[in-house]
Design a protein around this ligand. Sequence first.
Ligand SMILES: Nc1ncnc2c1ncn2[C@@H]1O[C@H](COP(=O)(O)OP(=O)(O)OP(=O)(O)O)[C@@H](O)[C@H]1O
Length: 446
Amino acid sequence: MADLTMMLESAGVLAGAGGLGYAKYRAPRVYWSLVGLPVTWGRFTLSYRSTMDVCGLTVQPSGLRAFMTRNVARREVQPVPPKIRRVRPTATGLRVTLRLPAGLEPADLMASTERLRHAWGVHSVTVVETKPGFVELRMAGHDVLKRVRMPRSARPHGLVVPVALRQDGTAFERDYRKAPMALTLGANFSGKSMLQRNLIKGLATLPVALVGIDCKRGVEQSAFAPRLSALATTPDEAAALLGALVGEMEERFDLLSRHGASDVWELSEKVRPVPVVVLVDEIAELFLISSRKNEERRERIVTALIRLAQMARAAGIYLEICGQRFGSDLGKGATMLRAQLTARIVHRVNDKQTAEMGLADVAPDAVQVACLIPIERPGTAVAADTSGGWSKIRTPEISKSEVAAVCREFAHLVPDLPFLAPFRPPVPVETPAPGRSLVKPRPVTE
Ligand SMILES: Nc1ncnc2c1ncn2[C@@H]1O[C@H](COP(=O)(O)OP(=O)(O)OP(=O)(O)O)[C@@H](O)[C@H]1O
């Protein structure tokens, strides 16, 4: 019934808009549901066997099956493709679940995605292993990353935040329990801050403490002050804040050992400390030093970051680090820290070396893809997952004021954490009067 209503609505839109040609480019979802989907489904059904055959994705049938075909059905024994288990249309594409026969593995299909996409005339085909022996072919009918619309079901929950759309039309989520430490790289204007905005918008609604480190004097993060438990806007403040986080991590380890737990998630809700997400806007600001006297501060910052990256997961403290580059050129400790940040997102880069810094150790085949992200598609990136796979993603565009409004709405969720109290940011005044201060200090509650 819902489908019928959608079709009728779509037909109305089409009639009003002036036809298929218009819809194909201006309303690709409407075009897909009225034209693309039936055509692709038909094409797929009719050509499935022959396409799999020419792509080399068939195997000889088992001995019993070959015997039955030869002697009962009295037909010539033909190689068989993976069995289709389910075909499911979506608003942007078609999903097909396949049972792999012995002799085929997901990598065989992954290597043929270009050929499959041309054979069925779709924008892209992504192969995802759903469980051993099963894969899902995700066909996207059009370029869903051109205008990002997140699936309606994508909502923050637990410690999972949907932050972008994948090329196959599914939501890309940051899951802090699965991938606690993350690194986002990208050139100037590639969309790193947009990704952090999307993260903060989602995290703000969850029961977590948000800690910002934005040494560009807080230009990006100070607007989110109502929902931040702490904000450092200079390297000196960052050094003190990171020191406090290391102290808290050690106290949480004492708590874990008193309860015989190895992770905060093993503790009962009553004693479990609040998860803390630390968002660093530009890592280079913490590593680079302008004079010798800053060396000691740099040393403290780098040591604290490495300790947090190595151990803080169990204490429920998570790192989300952004930067333009992150290699040995940042100096001692940089590559060691990078190795601990296993969730990687790489936006458009200026040179292949930067893409390699982010992806070579976790998803080497994605390096070339990151190098080809066009400048006119800000917010597009390659996200590597912890299993060695990767996907092309793009964040939804969202304004700073929209995220600031969410932060104000959920300001009541700022947890009471005394160790962060000295670092609480001043809360921006919503509509400053001319000539008046833009910020007012937040009262510190001990
Ligand atoms: N997903 C997106 N869709 C559309 N526009 C975007 C997207 N992401 C970023 N942009 C635009 O691209 C520009 C740069 O984005 P952003 O500030 O996030 O980049 P950045 O990598 O943080 O840059 P810098 O390193 O200079 O701070 C902004 O004008 C922003 O509006």
